[in-house]
Design a protein around this ligand. Structure first.
Ligand code: ZN
Length: 560
């Protein structure tokens, strides 16, 4: 909507710079289905296809052209660019331009050079769903935007239910999730090995699951992706190589089997759930071990700036996992959106906590940070904790060295979060005490902290009821509409959600249109889709509505 609709209204051509072939392919497929002339130019084209696309572009047959950033400065593209009149250049996934973004892509830095080579400068716009204020500033500066309009429409996705679990047995916890939520979903793992093992266990347990990671042959990868898109596999187990640009709207859950390396990645991956606006679950399984895996991966880099940057981002991710406050609020704050209210609709808001007195531990930790600060040192959490746990090789003379030896690291992390929330510590990547610290150190002020109670049977029952209520959208009519959609999708060889999204079918159930005019009032139905599919859906709706249901069912619904 952000750039395709403007592209339709503007004269000339809109060029969309997009990072992924699958993303371009899906968007062009959907555009063409909706009657918009569009094409993509990337390395997947043969020489003949490229020539044809260029010929059509020169003949003015396209309104929207997608291109990979690596192609921008190729002589043939620069040549084509002289002949076309671009009204708008849309930079999709524009966080890829920033080193602070989670998917930095050096070719994005070619965009300003390409724009400079054009006969006239078109309108330039960047779009992203996950940019912190720091990344936003990078986008504006690197694209060389002049006095730009910066719009942040809000990061909140109220239909997503966020939850962090710390299960002893992750696979058992995954099985429970799958029993509660029987829609399509993604299970993200941090390593290829884990992808293989989780996918195999799920298949052995009878789930229609497939796997995806960068180590698989291209053919197997694209088959796995298609199986998931076309609903042949309900579950895809994948590394973070899967998903950018996957526009499947009916993903009902995203489970993270391991903690990702930063909040941006997490929010982008989890955000692939519920794109149709219907309820969906985003569950993160967290274990302290995940931090070591993430640190190992981060330390593979040879660039020390990058390592420091990534450790800071990891620190923020860990805080999300350890917080006992509202998860949605944490996320919104992270992306620079201020809200003080709890959402009352996340795992922590609905969590079962008890409160304990941690004053003595708080005093130990605060006096430790105070001593470091007095010595002119401000360290990140990891180093600070290493010293107080006696795991460090420096500061062995400090009186607080090793005074929290043997304490679980997760507890210390939680305590830092709690003391930061209470205003005794600053944790802006580096830890320091605030003037308020004397209230606790001199005694008098008690510090308490909430801890998650182990799941009681009663709590689990409640969760299950809430879970099934959330998915009460399904009924007989919806099942029939879905069956017809699937039949048409198979005839046209496209994923079902390209025909209509789940949300459209739900709206169709609610509105129960009887005429073409009424059919147009269904959310997600436009003129082109009315003409293509209206008759068949209306026939089915009329048949479902008729008193004599024994009559012959319209063709194409036999899958139900
Ligand atoms: Zn909440």
């Amino acid at each position: 909507m952000c750039y395709q609709v403007p592209a339709m209204l503007l004269p000339g051509v809109t060029l969309v710079i997009s990072p992924l072939i699958s993303l371009m392919r899906d968007q062009v497929q959907t555009l063409v289905k909706n009657g918009v002339p569009a094409a993509f130019i990337n390395s997947s084209l043969t020489e003949a296809q490229w020539q044809k696309a260029v010929g059509n572009a020169r003949a003015g047959l396209y309104k929207i052209i997608y291109i990979a950033p690596e192609r921008l400065l190729s002589p043939s593209m620069l040549d084509l660019a002289q002949a076309l009149q671009f009204s708008l250049i849309a930079v999709d996934e524009s966080h890829c331009i920033s080193q602070w973004g989670q998917d930095f892509r050096p070719a994005y830095l070619d965009i300003p050079k390409f724009v400079d080579a054009l006969p006239t400068r078109p309108m330039l716009a960047g779009f992203t769903a996950t940019a912190t204020p720091r990344v936003r500033d990078d986008i504006v500066a690197t694209l060389g935007l002049q006095n730009p309009l910066v719009t942040v429409t809000g990061f909140d996705r109220p239909n997503l239910y966020f939850e962090v679990k710390q299960p002893k047995d992750k696979y058992a916890a995954l099985s429970t999730c799958l029993k509660e939520n029987d829609g399509c979903g993604v299970v993200y793992c941090s390593t290829r090995k884990e992808v293989e093992s989780v996918a195999e266990r799920l298949q052995n347990d009878g789930y229609a699951a497939t796997r995806y990671h960068a180590g698989l042959p291209d053919a197997e990868r694209s088959r796995a992706q298609d199986d998931f898109l076309y609903d042949r596999a309900k579950i895809i187990v994948a590394t973070n190589a899967f998903g950018m640009g996957i526009d499947k709207s009916n993903v009902r859950f995203v489970v993270h089997y391991n903690m990702p390396q930063n909040v941006e990645s997490y929010y982008q991956e989890a955000g692939r759930a519920g794109r149709d606006g219907l309820p969906a679950d985003c569950v993160l399984f967290y274990a302290r071990k995940d931090i070591n895996t993430a640190l190992f991966l981060i330390n593979q880099s040879e660039n020390s700036d990058e390592i420091t940057r990534n450790k800071q981002l990891l620190n923020q991710m860990e805080r999300y996992c350890e917080t006992d406050g509202c998860l949605r609020r944490y996320m919104l704050h992270y992306f620079g959106e201020k809200t003080e209210d709890d959402c009352e609709n996340c795992g922590n808001c609905n969590g079962n906590f008890d409160e304990s007195d941690v004053t003595v531990d708080a005093q130990k930790l605060l006096s430790h940070v105070l001593r470091l600060n007095n010595a002119g040192k401000r360290f990140m959490f990891t180093h600070t904790a290493d010293i107080i746990q006696g795991k460090s090789e420096d500061f062995t003379d400090l009186s607080t060295f090793g005074i929290m030896k043997g304490m679980p690291r997760g507890f210390i992390r939680k305590l830092v979060n709690r003391l930061t929330a209470l205003g005794y510590l600053h944790d802006d990547d580096y830890l320091s005490v605030t003037p308020k610290v004397s209230e606790v150190l001199r005694g008098g002020v008690k510090v308490t902290m909430r801890g998650r109670k182990p799941d009681t049977p009663e709590r689990q029952r409640k969760e299950q009821t809430a879970g099934s209520a959330k998915y009460a959208v399904s009924n007989e009519l919806l099942a029939k509409l879905k069956a017809l959609r699937l039949a048409i999708a198979r005839e046209e060889n496209v994923p079902a959600f390209v025909i209509f999204s789940d949300a459209t079918l739900v709206d169709m159930c609610g509105k129960h249109p009887r005429s073409k005019v009424e059919f147009l009032s269904v959310s997600g139905v436009g003129q082109v889709k009315l003409e293509r599919y209206g008759e068949r859906f209306l026939a089915l709706l009329r048949w479902c509505n008729s008193a004599n249901q024994k009559s012959q069912e319209p063709t194409g619904t036999s899958c139900s």
